[in-house]
Design a protein around this ligand. Sequence first.
Ligand SMILES: Cc1cc2nc3c(=O)[nH]c(=O)nc-3n(C[C@H](O)[C@H](O)[C@H](O)COP(=O)(O)OP(=O)(O)OC[C@H]3O[C@@H](n4cnc5c(N)ncnc54)[C@H](O)[C@@H]3O)c2cc1C
Ligand code: SF4
Length: 295
Amino acid sequence: MVEKRFADSPGKIGDFDLPVTREQALAQLDDFVSERLPLFGTYQDAMRSGEPFLFHSVLSGPLNLHRLRPLEVVEAALRNESAPLNALEGFTRQIIGWREFVRGIYWQRMPHYAEENALDADLPMPRFYWTGHTDMRCLADAIGHTIDHAYAHHIERLMVLGLFALLLGVRPYDVHRWHMSMFWDAIDWVSLPNTLGMSQHGDGGIVGTKPYAASGNYINRMSDHCRHCRFDPKLSVGEDACPFTTLYWNFLDKHRRRFASNVRMKNQYSNLARKDGAELRAIRRQAATIVESVT
Ligand SMILES: Cc1cc2nc3c(=O)[nH]c(=O)nc-3n(C[C@H](O)[C@H](O)[C@H](O)COP(=O)(O)OP(=O)(O)OC[C@H]3O[C@@H](n4cnc5c(N)ncnc54)[C@H](O)[C@@H]3O)c2cc1C
Ligand code: SF4
């Protein structure tokens, strides 16, 4: 019925295996605690081509849909006495730390929170976010996971999908709307502080005191994507330059007044200061071409 009636909508349902009943949710929790939790802490920030889930729990859906209670999930994890401390601490912190924190932000700041746009970002969502058709391997992979599974793990959401939109200058609320359309766990109170706040810095520093801005070098360190990509994460100018790297320097340059005195960004601005005028002009020109080609 979904395939027939919503044939033009993004997403695929061929491999649908999300837990939708209480029994399925409990089975998913058991499977995570015994199989993946022990390595959660070590690999939670890693990305690998063609691996959408790695050591993540894929429990946000049942939690947000009230198939599981946060406390029972944390208690189940803590019962695994063979899991190392970095796994138990890392996982518990996501639920009683981040999840509760973003819920608090939402209820304290809404309804005006949804309209915040501290960086005056005004571009629409790039068209390829609906299809995954791009030469940028990291983005093609993360969008592919989203289309196939309505899921991408946290670092793909923050440091690939969100990062590119931030560096490009997409309207934060549009990023939230895209997220709401594509992810199985997206509900307003969780998505908004994460997209508009954490990933787009649209709230001007409520969720995070600095923007999650990084170049292609970060993605290269955390994944195997760049090895298979036609771009070079080290380059910011020229035909082989990585668009993340070009847009990263352009972002720092563009928002110099706002962020140059932020102590948490001191190193980033010291590195920018090493670029001479000619290089900066070339970066600005190349950034403008990227913006034109993707929006
Ligand atoms: C741009 C962006 C948008 C996001 N939108 C959503 C959303 O709409 N719904 C949603 O549930 N999560 C959202 N998150 C948070 C997080 O990415 C997902 O909860 C997580 O990826 C879900 O996969 P998992 O269950 O395998 O999580 P795991 O990595 O296994 O983490 C365990 C659990 O911790 C909780 N958690 C971890 N980080 C967060 C966080 N930042 N905020 C809230 N809960 C967290 C989730 O309940 C998750 O199931 C978003 C993050 C970003 C950067
Ligand atoms: S080179 Fe740039 S675009 Fe290509 S995978 Fe690496 S970070 Fe992504």
